[in-house]
Design a protein around this ligand. Sequence first.
Ligand SMILES: C[S@@+](CC[C@H](N)C(=O)[O-])C[C@H]1O[C@@H](n2cnc3c(N)ncnc32)[C@H](O)[C@@H]1O
Length: 270
Amino acid sequence: MTVAVVPSILKWTGSKRSQAGQIARLAPAHDRYFEPFVGGGAVLYHLARQGAQASDLYAPLIGFWTMVRDEPQVLIADYADQWRRLQDDLPGYFYAVRTRFNAEHRPTDLNFLMRTCVNGIVRFSQAGDFNNSFHLSRKGMLPSRFEKAVRAWSARIQGVAFVVRDYREALAQARPGDFVYLDPPYAGNHQRYIGGIDEAALFAALEDLNRRGVTWALSFDGQRGETVYRAAVPADLYRRRLSLVSGNSAVAKVLNGPIEKVSEALYLSW
Ligand SMILES: C[S@@+](CC[C@H](N)C(=O)[O-])C[C@H]1O[C@@H](n2cnc3c(N)ncnc32)[C@H](O)[C@@H]1O
């Protein structure tokens, strides 16, 4: 079953929230669903089923998802508590939590920072520290709204395994009949993610999936305005290439640049 809107729980950079329904509708019938670059999990929201495997290299993010699944009440209460502290100490409390997060990497602190930082965009320094600032004109998502989103997500992902691992380890688990959706970080955009990926290794991994009879879809070569971020995927790897329009770029908004249409290619192996 697909639903129209993914409740906003985590605005990860590169979120496929605006295209998730289209991508999910394209998915062929499958046994298990794999999402090896899960991030904010927009497509996962539609395709989550018993036996699905979601993974990411970024451990605090997987810690966050595990809490949504297993301890939604703890996460909801923590956010309500931190949000109240923030109202009493704006923006000092935000920066205190940011310092604590960079030392301890608590998933609850990642959640708090994501809800209250500028446009909710994740940004890391060279050293891997979360370095985005407080969103001065806002005071963070209201706890009541956050609670609704967490409850909707928690119900949805009960049967999903969340694992910290490299995408290649995840792909090694896939069997014929499984379906994999891949949404790797843009090349040359390292600052917005922990880790960057090597394109040749990615293409080799897709070739391996083809050899093993695993069906996949890949979001790739983002284009913003006139800027093309990537080269095309080798033509012998896929059967179809679709162009999905994903709306205005959150990054362009943050940089106060011109608002440009972002279109995103989706490559299908079938
Ligand atoms: C474009 S984001 C995914 C966004 C997601 N589709 C959404 O809707 O929010 C890419 C994700 O890949 C993760 N990542 C980067 N390198 C990775 C690797 N080698 N293996 C697994 N995950 C990786 C990043 O931490 C990030 O969460």
